[in-house]
Design a protein around this ligand. Structure first.
Ligand SMILES: [Fe+2]
Length: 289
């Protein structure tokens, strides 16, 4: 798909300026661990091999740099993430909102600093396509982030395997699940990164994925206490807007994300860093001497 084929919202810089004006009186957001919701989940996968039991995935999503999150905030957040010692870091899109100019170097420098034992992997969101998908892919490359847009990376540990796949943004029709399915190692537990959570409806029907990880919704930026869901649901996040879901045989997890978009406010909906620890359902492996 060519960049020119993407349908973009009109006057994006004007939108940004209006938001800047509306929120100019709000204090600058500063990073602090206490203001982050560190969500830690254990997820059991069928047929996960023992070599991947306790494999830790840290997901960051919807940074929307230049809105709520400024470069200093992101840099401190990355320092914090690097203390969490995970196996891989995944990124599920929307790195910018309506402008990139002045923020590209900051994103690149922060992404370069991110550290994980088995690597960093990302897909793009709708805003990334509206801005400039090629530039985001250049930032990925410069930061050693594997671009999983309609692609698959297979981990191997002592002859045991785990697929990590990704689809490009379905909001801009850049997704190509068929291409992913062809590349997916067969009879192997598989995790899919998809920016838009409602893509789970389509991905689950293939019965090839055990878990999908998404963002996009920002948790609606408002979560109803006790119900732990949100009434504010945009396109492609109406069905699975926040948290854990079972979609067919697949588990869907939707993060509340880090940044904000139209309104720079979050109510009962802290910025989120997610750590998913994979667990095997296989019975205990007993070594026979
Ligand atoms: Fe999005």
């Amino acid at each position: 798909m060519k960049d020119d084929d993407i349908e973009r919202p009109s006057a994006m810089k004007i939108r940004q300026s209006i938001q800047d004006a509306m929120t100019s009186s709000l204090p600058d957001k500063k990073f602090s661990e206490e203001n982050i919701d560190l969500v830690e989940l254990d997820i059991q996968l069928d047929n996960l091999d023992w070599n991947f039991h306790n494999f830790r995935i840290l997901n960051l999503t919807d940074i929307h740099l230049g809105q709520w999150i400024n470069p200093e905030y992101l840099d401190e957040l990355v320092d914090y993430v690097n203390t969490l010692n995970v196996d891989i870091i995944t990124l599920t899109g929307d790195y910018f909102s309506y402008v990139m100019e002045g923020y590209e170097e900051s994103l690149k420098n922060s992404f370069k600093k991110l550290k994980a034992a088995y690597g960093k992997f990302g897909v793009l969101g709708n805003h990334d396509h509206w801005m400039n998908a090629s530039k985001i892919r250049e930032i990925f490359k410069a930061s050693d982030i594997v671009d999983l847009s309609n692609d698959v990376y297979t981990f191997e540990k002592d002859g045991e395997f785990l697929n990590l796949a990704g689809v490009d943004s379905c909001t801009v029709c850049a997704d190509n699940l068929d291409e992913v399915l062809v590349k997916l190692r067969k009879n192997t537990p598989s995790i899919l990164l998809a920016h838009e959570p409602d893509f789970a409806k389509e991905s689950s029907q293939t019965k090839r994925f055990d878990l999908q990880i998404s963002g996009h919704s920002h948790g609606g930026q408002f979560i109803i206490p006790k119900f732990e869901t949100t009434p504010f649901r945009g396109p492609n996040s109406t069905k699975y807007p926040v948290g854990l879901y079972k979609v067919g045989d697949m588990i869907q997890y939707t993060s509340k994300g880090l940044g904000t978009n139209s309104f720079r406010i979050r109510i009962n909906c802290k910025p989120e860093i997610t750590i998913i620890t994979l667990k095997t359902k296989n019975k205990q492996r007993i070594e026979i001497e």
